[in-house]
Design a protein around this ligand. Structure first.
Ligand SMILES: Nc1nc2c(c(=O)[nH]1)N[C@H]1C(S)=C(S)[C@@H](COP(=O)(O)O)O[C@H]1N2
Ligand SMILES: [Mo]
Length: 578
């Protein structure tokens, strides 16, 4: 890899310390792999491995079969099954079979889900813990596939991320959330469009009647179906015209509950959205949303497994004839398109991770093209602070690469007396400010939630000078589109940490240069002497240990040209309110 410094004469001197970056993921430069552990769930004080689900599930299956078979000996149960055969009498019959659009959408749904689920698991691996409370205090997680948080040393959220295999996640290497998010969000958009089209088409035809239970009889019929399946003496299948009650309820939950819940809880994890929602955003805070998102994901995975198995053990030929050929017969006609569809999914599965590693920049740019505009729109929301002192988190994860230079140590030794913040570039009045100058400016305090891209959140009270005050002093010119923040610290791999924000974002009510955290001077760990708070963005946009701010027209000639250190090196987007 080459590191040619890219400097134009008018840039801040620190522009020369930025590094170029490769368009591929170079494993030799990447965060070294780190194994997690088998996922565990906390029950009270005890952590229980999810592997227990295998023997327990097996025992439950045997038990269910035994119970169901003996139940069916009883005349009452026989009468019940005769009365409720599995399909409610009142359930309407669907006469249009499985039209081509439904079959096409079924395939697309399967294809998209493969990417969404894998990229979702990758995202989770970047902070392999789930909580019900907003603050993510170590020990309060209810699910994890990582060891307990080590004590007695600085343990950043990056340190906590774990590796998952490339066939499972996309792209399967540690801390690849930037790339995984492009996959997750871009395919989400396609999946949502497919889903909305599906809703529109089923409700403008008779197909919705397959999925929506229209009579209370669905419940006794579902119980009857469950007994029949469990006894291994399956109910009669009329799925060409009507699903059985258990099938109908399961599909209904998947299509009309799990899918919208996943979308809503996905959006609720975003700083710009959560912060706009007032008390809703507090109650359904990021960790609640994240946990529900995971429960809904688990439903999808179990549904896909059960659905897949049932397609095979009921009648593979009839089922594939319905869904892949649109005919009601027991010929072999549907099998070929079914196998083709599985091959397409399989090939896409196999190439997704290697392609992402090799063409990482392409994945980043495609993602930006697909969903960047939506993120851009969300930036226009001015975030709010509705939290109070009692919401402040007892623990606030640290993150990032700490400063490691004699220059910084010298500043710390003199309590930042020698520190100067340089503000220049496309401004009318370039200036330098000491920390005392900054502290003499109007002070603003705000209690806000921090949203790290990796998934954790935390609440703190920040005090500092509003960026709009700095803007009023230096007066950016009409040409200035971005404010570039240069750090005193380097990034993880090479070159200086920096990040660019739209100037518009700098005028938001809650954008401040903070020198206080929870009533104390900001610690070195959290960004002393000055760190940016820009509350509608993800954490990585809030540069810590700010050295200089430069207003520019474009950031294409800075670093690798993507708008920030993580944008250059980890393929993030430069607008990240979502
Ligand atoms: N200079 C610098 N600033 C940085 C980072 C970094 O690595 N270097 N990490 C960012 C990330 S990813 C996050 S989540 C926040 C973390 O802030 P905290 O340590 O106060 O929690 O700082 C951001 N600012
Ligand atoms: Mo972060």
């Amino acid at each position: 890899m080459t590191n040619p410094p890219r400097v134009t004469p008018h840039h801040d001197p620190l522009a020369a310390t930025l590094s170029a970056a490769d368009d591929r993921v170079l494993l030799s430069h990447w965060l070294p792999p780190q194994e997690g552990i088998v996922p565990r769930i906390r029950v009270g004080q005890r952590w229980i491995s999810v592997l227990w689900a295998l023997p327990l599930g097996f025992a439950a299956l045997i038990l269910a079969i035994t119970v169901a078979q003996s139940l069916r000996e009883y005349p009452e149960v026989k009468a019940f099954i005769t009365r409720y055969s599995g399909i409610a009498q009142a359930a309407p019959s669907v006469d249009s079979g499985f039209p081509w659009w439904l079959r096409a959408q079924h395939f697309l749904n399967m294809f998209f889900m493969m990417f969404i689920i894998r990229a979702g698991i990758q995202i989770l691996a970047d902070h392999p813990r789930l909580y019900w409370k907003r603050d993510c205090t170590p020990g309060t997680d209810w699910f994890r596939f990582q060891h307990p948080v080590p004590t007695g040393r600085v343990w950043t959220a990056k340190d906590d991320s774990v590796t998952i295999p490339g066939w499972l996640g996309i792209p399967g290497i540690r801390h690849s959330i930037g790339l995984a998010r492009w996959w997750h969000f871009s395919v989400n958009l396609l999946w949502t469009v497919n889903g909305i089209t599906f809703y529109a088409l089923i409700f403008s035809t008779d197909q919705w009647r397959r999925l929506v239970p229209l009579t209370w009889e669905v419940f006794p019929n579902a119980a009857s179906t469950a007994i029949q399946y469990a006894s291994l003496n399956f109910p009669i299948d009329h799925s060409w015209t009507r699903y059985n009650a258990l099938q109908q309820l399961t599909y209904f939950i998947t299509v009309f509950v799990a899918a919208p819940v996943s979308i809503a809880t996905g959006l609720l994890q975003r700083p710009a959205i959560s912060n706009r929602l007032g008390w809703t955003g507090r109650v359904l805070n990021r960790q609640v949303a994240r946990s529900i998102h995971f429960v809904s994901f688990s439903w999808f995975v179990l549904f896909i497994l059960a659905h897949g198995i049932m397609v095979f053990v009921t009648s593979l030929r009839e089922n594939t004839n319905h869904m892949f050929a649109g005919v009601e017969s027991n010929s072999w006609i549907g099998l070929l398109p079914f196998i083709l569809a599985m091959v397409v999914v399989g090939v896409a599965w196999a190439v997704a991770s290697p392609l992402t590693l090799r063409r990482a920049r392409l994945v980043q740019h495609t993602g930006k093209f697909m969903v960047g505009w939506i993120k851009g729109l969300a930036e226009w929301w001015d975030p709010r602070s509705e939290l109070t002192e009692k919401d402040i988190s007892p623990y606030f994860w640290p993150n990032g690469t700490m400063p490691n230079s004699a220059e910084f140590d010298g500043l710390v030794d003199n309590k930042f007396a020698q520190y100067r913040l340089r503000v220049g570039g496309l401004v009318e009045h370039a200036q330098e400010f000491s920390l005392a100058d900054i502290k003499a400016m109007p002070k603003q305090e705000q209690i806000t939630t921090h949203f790290c891209i990796q998934g954790w959140s935390g609440v703190a009270k920040w005090g500092g000078v509003p960026m709009r005050h700095i803007l009023d002093l230096v007066k950016p010119t009409a040409d200035a589109h971005y404010a570039v923040f240069y750090s005193l610290a380097d990034g993880g791999e090479s070159g200086r940490y920096y990040d660019a924000h739209k100037v518009h974002n700098m005028r938001h009510e809650l954008t401040i240069l903070a020198y206080e955290m929870n009533g104390e001077p900001v610690s070195v760990l959290h960004g002393a002497p000055l760190r940016l708070r820009c509350e509608n963005e993800l954490g990585f946009k809030m540069v810590k240990w700010v050295a200089a701010i430069e207003f520019v027209h474009d950031f294409a000639d800075l670093g690798a040209g993507q708008g920030g250190y993580n944008e250059d090196h980890e393929f993030y987007g430069y607008r990240m309110p979502i």
